[in-house]
Design a protein around this ligand. Structure first.
Ligand SMILES: [Zn+2]
Length: 376
């Protein structure tokens, strides 16, 4: 979903990205505006005019979403939450946070800022539509549409289903009242995923009754809301259990190492097929030289495995594959996600002291969740 994104502008310190999927939305919006929405709102104009209006509407929608996310970002920054930037994708936009809001108050303000901005933008659009209704009717009709869209944007986002803005508002209130972020997230994410399910059902019913495009849209949006709701609860738990825990707690100290002069075919036979690990530190006389993984073999043709050694295939140890033992486990997880690696070397002063794997962290996490849930 967030695969190919291009940075298109920088707005008071925030980078605005457009995901490739947004272009699909932009094309669909332009087409449906020019083909049906505007001809219905104001019949009798030339076809080309409708296309200009459609394009204007799509650009206006783009700006509306950017302003909505910009409002979230500005308020978040003012409350000390670091932001990664604004990304527009097929379902609208998202202001990506690097941290979770520290207090219920900061979450409330940050969440409500977006819908408030959309209501304000709607007001400006309607105002403009009234002023221009005589001299520039075409612009006026486009603005009237943008006014509606911004109200819709505010309304949809205020549905109290986490992670929509309304869900965040609900969570911040529950968080304040119950004094537990975990419980608040649990409740609001259940509502969020139920709402997602409801949208999926609406989608299915619409498709069955012949409203294919709208139905498909509801279905996709429902799937998105549902998975986002479930993921965000998991993330809160992860944060709660793993933040502040150094990786040294979860690392495996009995690491299988390989010597640098080992032939690659032997490495595959005697290590990869035997231990089933994906990565092995390369160690010679107690010194850490690098790391060799199943991935590093991929670029080397099989015929050469009998002549090349581990030293030829290994990668040097750097910030992408090794971490200090004091690093926060949550940060280790996000490094794994960024680098697409499931294992990291734990290195202290140039010496390898262990290895940490995604699986080990998750096993601990699942155990913790299971134990926590069994206690009333
Ligand atoms: Zn929002």
């Amino acid at each position: 979903m967030f695969g190919r994104k291009i940075k298109i502008l920088r707005l008071s310190g925030f980078d605005v990205y457009v995901d490739a999927s947004w272009l699909v939305l932009a094309a669909l919006v332009t087409w449906s505006l020019a083909d049906s929405v505007f001809p219905m709102m104001r019949p009798g104009l030339p076809k080309a005019t409708y296309w200009y209006m459609g394009l204007g509407g799509a650009i206006g929608l783009f700006l509306s979403i950017v302003l909505h996310e910009f409002a979230h970002s500005v308020i978040a920054r003012a409350n000390g939450i670091r932001m990664r930037g604004i990304t527009l994708f097929i379902f609208g936009g998202v202001a990506e946070m690097m941290d979770e809001p520290p207090t219920p108050e900061s979450e409330f303000k940050m969440a409500i800022a977006g819908p408030i901005m959309s209501v304000l933008v709607a007001g400006v659009c309607y105002g403009g539509a009234v002023v221009l209704s005589g001299p520039m009717e075409v612009v006026s009709v486009t603005l009237r549409y943008l006014g509606q869209i911004n109200l819709l944007l505010a309304g949809f986002n205020m549905v109290p289903a986490f992670p929509l803005d309304g869900g965040r508002v609900l969570r911040s209130i529950l968080w304040k009242v119950q004094n537990s972020l975990k419980k608040a997230t649990h409740v609001s994410s259940i509502i969020g995923s139920s709402f997602g399910l409801f949208m999926i059902l609406v989608g299915v019913v619409s498709i069955l009754t012949g409203h294919f495009v709208a139905g498909f849209w509801w279905f996709l949006l429902g799937m998105f809301v549902r998975s986002a709701a479930q993921q965000s609860y998991e993330q809160v738990l992860l944060r709660q259990y793993l933040q502040g825990e150094p990786v040294a707690r979860f690392m495996n100290r009995n690491v299988v190492t390989v010597p640098p002069d080992l032939r690659l075919d032997e490495f595959v036979q005697n290590y990869v097929y035997y231990h089933h690990f994906k990565a092995y530190p390369v160690v010679s006389e107690g010194r850490l030289l690098g790391i060799v993984s199943v991935e590093s073999l991929r670029g080397i043709p099989k015929e050469q495995w009998a002549t090349l050694t581990v030293a030829d295939a290994m990668e040097p140890c750097d910030g992408t594959n090794s971490i200090p033992p004091t690093l926060d486990t949550l940060q280790a997880l996000s490094l794994m996600a960024r680098q697409g690696k499931s294992r990291l070397l734990v290195v202290d002063n140039g010496e390898m002291i262990g290895m940490i794997s995604f699986r080990d962290i998750m096993e601990f996490f699942n155990l913790k969740v299971a134990l926590d849930e069994s206690i009333p």
